[in-house]
Write a protein that binds this ligand. Structure first.
Ligand code: BG6
Length: 503
């Protein structure tokens, strides 16, 4: 893999949680794999007063040290610098410019800068504008790229405004909207599974697929993020971004080539084909839930409303299941089901393609014969892999059929390095590849789809929000959403499905 060009990565919000939990470990991972350029610096920027050394010491705490990696960590630390700055004050940006210039000449780095906005979203307006005011958006003498973390707006209107504002100061090809799901190896593998195998693509359509089910379940609750989450909820936190991106990759047409525009054009077309759910239909197609206090084993688990930072009367959804259609030639009439939630029994993300039954049930007359429902499970996490469920003859007399699993686990590929999502995405941005970043038009389309649902919940308080005991698979009423068949109850282990799992 080629190393990116020398550059300085400026992290705004450097004293925040994301920087130490995700960004610094991801950069260290790139360092240990020799994927960072020789001339490279990270400039942490934030209001907190810190020296370079103090910043390095703070970041060091988040790198797991052992007997073998002390030297690696020390070598990595040398790349970290810090600048105190009130990011909200435009008139402080000349200081930033000066610091970048002096770092550049000290370390022989050209004017290649990546800006990472790891800040609260209310700074997404002022930072790009202030950078532009001092010419730090100008790519004439070196690349200037801007990485933005979600949320990309909190509704359709604010998402449009955000895009408009960003485009006042940066061009679309300088913008990298990060969705860490796209950085997951197994998410990218969905494209490879679909488009490199002759056997899947011919059946990947309405003629053979009965329905598609996408689950992203978490065992954790909102932890320390109650304040943020209570204004967000599962729709804004998971569905509008991560799950819609999964839908895009599962449902898209083959791109002409693998590059940023070709792939993103195809996912956009999927979003353009989503059948809108009208406000009046929301109750029928979307079910929301909120976890309530429960006992798991000997432990008493808090309900959502008891969590720190959450309104005790909150009606924010921690669970959501919905059914929708994609109105195009490939998917006409095929229901798509997605479900996500916090405090569910297992941490699992997977896509399940449920195939139609055989047209004639040849073996269906015997009492011991199962009705085979062929499923292809693309497991995104954990126990990453693929599982195909097929019918097999039970040995012995007669023609009794039983469903069996054919499965592949990534863990079987020993010595294979699975990069973290942030490591992969940061490296892509350093190399100028936006394929796995969300494009502005697609983000807006995804908002267009979810907005009527948010409106309905806001305008019509009678739409129920169902309680579900923490540690269960969500409100029971969700079963009614699935017309035929039933939701899969996946476990941590890919092949152990249908069992009740751990919390
Ligand atoms: C984040 C959400 O974007 O994704 C979190 O804000 C959620 O609430 C997380 O827990 C899930 O990511 P992952 O990679 O753990 O599935």
């Amino acid at each position: 893999m080629k190393q990116p060009e020398s550059h300085i990565l400026v992290i705004f919000g450097a004293s925040g949680d994301l920087t130490r939990r995700k960004l610094i470990p991801a950069l260290y991972e790139l360092h240990t794999r020799n994927l960072l350029p020789d001339q490279f610096a990270v400039l942490g920027v934030s209001r907190t007063e810190l020296s370079d050394l103090e910043f390095q010491d703070k970041m060091r705490e988040f790198l797991p040290a052992n007997d073998h990696n002390q030297k690696d960590i020390d070598e990595f630390m040398v790349h970290l610098y810090y600048q105190t700055l009130s990011t909200a004050e435009s008139d402080e940006y000349p200081v930033l410019k000066q610091r970048l210039e002096s770092l550049g000449s000290e370390l022989s780095i050209p004017e290649n800068y990546i800006y990472y906005l790891s800040t609260p979203p209310n700074l997404y307006q002022v930072i790009p504008q202030s950078l532009a005011e001092v010419g730090l958006n100008d790519s004439t003498n070196g690349f200037k790229r801007l990485i933005i973390e979600k949320p990309f707006g909190t509704d359709l209107t604010s998402a449009r405004e955000l895009n408009k504002n960003l485009l006042n100061y940066f061009k679309e090809n300088q913008l990298y909207r990060i969705d860490h799901y796209l950085g997951k190896e197994t998410v990218q593998n969905m494209l490879v599974t679909r488009f490199s195998n002759g056997i899947f693509e011919p059946v990947w359509n309405r003629n053979f697929v009965h329905h598609v089910e996408i689950t992203s379940a978490e065992t954790l609750g909102v932890e320390e993020r109650g304040g943020y989450y209570d204004h967000s909820g599962a729709m804004r936190d998971m569905v509008q971004n991560h799950l819609m991106q999964l839908v895009g990759l599962v449902a898209m047409e083959p791109p002409v080539v693998i590059d940023a525009n070709a792939i993103r054009n195809e996912t956009l077309k999927v979003f353009q084909s989503l059948r809108p759910i009208k406000e009046t239909e929301v109750e029928k197609h979307v079910i929301r839930g909120q976890y309530i206090q429960s006992h798991v084993g000997k432990d008493l688990i808090n309900g959502y409303r008891e969590e720190h930072g959450v309104d005790p009367l909150s009606r924010t959804e921690t669970y959501l299941a919905m059914k929708f259609y994609i109105d195009n030639f490939r998917w006409a009439g095929v229901p798509f089901y997605i479900r996500t939630g916090k405090k569910l029994p297992a941490r699992v993300t997977e896509v399940v393609i449920h195939f139609k039954n055989t047209p004639h049930h040849l073996f269906g007359t015997q009492a011991t014969t199962e009705q085979v429902n062929n499923q292809l499970v693309l497991r995104i996490q954990p126990d990453e892999g693929i599982l195909l469920k097929i019918g097999m003859k039970v040995p012995g007399s007669g023609f009794n059929v039983q469903t069996v699993n054919m499965n592949f686990h990534y863990s079987e590929l020993s010595d294979i390095y699975l990069p973290t999502a942030y490591g992969r995405l940061l490296l892509d941005c350093m190399q100028g590849d936006a394929t796995l970043y969300a494009r502005g038009d697609a983000v807006e389309k995804a908002w267009e789809f979810v907005q009527p649902i948010l409106n309905a919940w806001q305008n019509n308080p009678d739409i129920p929000i169902y309680g579900y005991p923490a540690g269960t698979w969500g409100p029971e009423v969700v079963d009614q959403l699935m017309e035929e068949g039933q939701w899969r109850y996946p476990c941590k282990n890919l092949a152990h499905d249908g069992e009740y799992c751990e919390l």
